[in-house]
Design a protein around this ligand. Structure first.
Ligand SMILES: [Zn+2]
Length: 142
């Protein structure tokens, strides 16, 4: 009898609080995602519209969390453009996106001695340039 009344007194309140906690946590995760996306979009717009400044920039993890998983880059020599999937970039998620630029190298116009550097154009949610039009930079090198 005592057990049953405890269930009556505390059970529904407990379940209600557990549900509140779960939904508040989901909202918080969604809010962080929106913030990451907004920050990544703002940075991307700055890069595309004004050519920088590249620093400070969102991190690799923020771009992925915000749904902007593609980085459009352009070779400084031959002007070939490519979309790189950030998911396969072998860097820690805490790495600021601007730091990737220094290790971007174009294969399209590469010679045995020299591979031209590339610049970041913008972030996109989808691949905007087919992979076959570009033979690099390889995500391995980013
Ligand atoms: Zn090139």
């Amino acid at each position: 009898m005592g057990t049953k009344s405890r269930e009556v007194i505390f059970g529904s309140r407990l379940r209600g609080l557990m549900m509140d906690a779960a939904s508040a946590r989901e909202e918080a995760i969604a809010a962080v995602r929106r913030a990451d996306r907004a920050e990544a979009e703002a940075w991307s717009l700055h890069m595309e519209g004004f050519g920088g400044p590249a620093q400070p920039s969102p991190t690799l993890g923020q771009c992925l969390n915000g749904g902007l998983a593609w980085l459009e880059v352009e070779c400084l020599r031959c002007k070939t453009r490519a979309s790189l999937n950030l998911l396969y970039v072998r860097r820690r998620r805490e790495t600021p996106i601007w730091q990737l630029e220094a290790s971007l190298r174009c294969r399209a116009c590469a010679t045995p001695r020299r591979r031209a550097p590339a610049r970041i154009v913008k972030l996109t949610a989808e691949r905007e340039i087919a992979q076959r039009e570009w033979d690099g930079p390889d995500p391995d090198e980013v």
